[in-house]
Design a protein around this ligand. Structure first.
Ligand code: MLT
Length: 399
């Protein structure tokens, strides 16, 4: 009989957002006439930009003609897109080589898939609360996880604890779920810690485009030495509305060295390339053309307009928290607002309360780890009208 991977027994029965969707659908079946506003999963609502759609159309036309049809593309992504990503990094003052960029179907897959490159006996350091994918994928592999606490006291920005050794460190900044964002000095400490411990930082920058404070770093490579210890994951999901179109990129610098158990030097860049060539056949050509269009001048202007729209919603939510005197983080350099549950409720109680009383869906903080037990996340990704209405209902059930 096939033996299954018993590490799956250690996982919660369902993935956080599937659980939320299940509860919302049960509520809607029970109360079909109630209007429900979704500020739960971070899924975008604005359509793709015109420039992106035009690029998709032209690519679809190319695929329909014998002379321009394309079959399998390079597993790492087409050069036109990898070069566009290099150009985007240059805008933060970061120089990368094209062969350090790997195009993928998004940061979610890659932050999980990267675990293929690391031995099971590494210790993984993961903040708590955190995007559940990091914990679940390492749990599936049976790795030892040490959690570092994000709390209101440290503004949900845990710093390295030099008394603990880790081999792999996950950092997400701007953070999902807390919306908190590390500054340069804080990232400097993380890079120093990683270099001292021969550790690798897995840096998720999926929300970098929401940074409005010009002093904050968009990429970990803005910190000197990070190219020797950090892999960075980014995505167009939130930058340009690609949640349903699927395209992201992972940077694996050639300068990162790893070692095998018997001390042989390995290049993480070569290993990732080998992994991708074996397990991945690349992102569709049409999608890569659309993604490259995001990095054009017109495409970036459209993306920025979308982000500005979502950040107006974030402000509407943050203003509500301010008016009601609720403690929160995020909403300034991030589309997430992370707040303390009112009335001393725990986060699943507050989830039910908000859904039942106001017809508003959020995400319970407990789904991101124990430190989120009394916290709750709302997203700015709905439209303005719904966000205003959701906050009107929020105020009326809380006052
Ligand atoms: C979230 O709501 O946390 C995100 O949508 C998750 C994701 O990007 O996979």
């Amino acid at each position: 009989m096939a033996k299954f991977n018993e590490n799956f027994l250690e996982l919660k029965e369902s993935y956080l957002f599937s659980e939320v969707a299940k509860r919302v659908s049960a509520f809607q079946q029970k109360e079909p006439d109630r209007s429900v506003i979704r500020l739960g999963i971070g899924d975008v609502t604005l359509p793709l930009g015109k420039t992106v759609v035009q690029a998709m159309h032209s690519a679809a036309d190319e695929m329909g003609k014998a002379e321009s049809f394309r079959g399998y593309g390079p597993e790492q992504g087409y050069d036109f897109l990898r070069e566009a990503v290099v150009g985007h990094y240059r805008s933060f003052g970061v120089e990368l080589d094209t062969d350090e960029i790997f195009v993928s179907d998004g940061a979610k897959s890659d932050t999980g898939n990267i675990t293929d490159l690391f031995s099971k006996d590494n210790t993984v350091m993961i903040p708590n609360p955190v995007y559940p994918v990091y914990v679940d994928t390492n749990t599936m592999n049976g790795r030892n996880i040490v959690f570092i606490n994000g709390t209101a006291e440290n503004d949900f920005l845990p710093m390295p604890d030099k008394s603990i050794h880790a081999d792999i460190i996950y950092i997400c900044s701007p953070n999902n779920p807390t919306g908190a964002c590390y500054n340069r000095e804080q990232l400097r400490e993380w890079v120093d810690y990683a270099l001292e411990n021969d550790a690798v930082i897995l840096f998720d920058s999926a929300y970098e485009c929401f940074i409005s404070d010009s002093g904050l770093p968009h990429s970990i490579y803005e910190i000197e030495g990070a190219e020797k210890c950090a892999v960075e994951f980014c995505s167009l999901s939130k930058t340009a509305g690609f949640t349903g179109t699927r395209c992201g990129y992972t940077v694996v610098p050639k300068a990162i060295k790893s070692v095998s158990g018997d001390g042989r030097a390995m290049s993480l860049n070569k290993m990732w390339n080998r992994r991708q060539c074996t397990k991945f056949n690349g992102v569709p050509y049409i999608v890569q053309r659309a993604a490259a269009a995001v990095f054009s001048e017109a495409g970036m202007a459209e993306a920025k307009a979308m982000i500005a729209h979502y950040m107006e919603n974030a402000k509407i939510i943050a203003d509500t928290m301010n008016d009601l005197g609720i403690r929160y983080t995020g909403g300034i350099n991030s589309p997430y607002i992370w707040f303390e549950c009112p009335f001393g409720m725990d986060s699943w109680q507050f989830f039910d309360f908000l859904l039942e009383k106001a017809g508003v869906v959020g995400t319970p903080g407990a789904g991101f780890g124990e430190n989120g037990d009394k916290w709750f996340r709302l997203t700015a990704f709905n439209n303005k009208e719904n966000t205003i209405e959701a906050m009107k209902r929020f105020r009326s059930v809380l006052q």
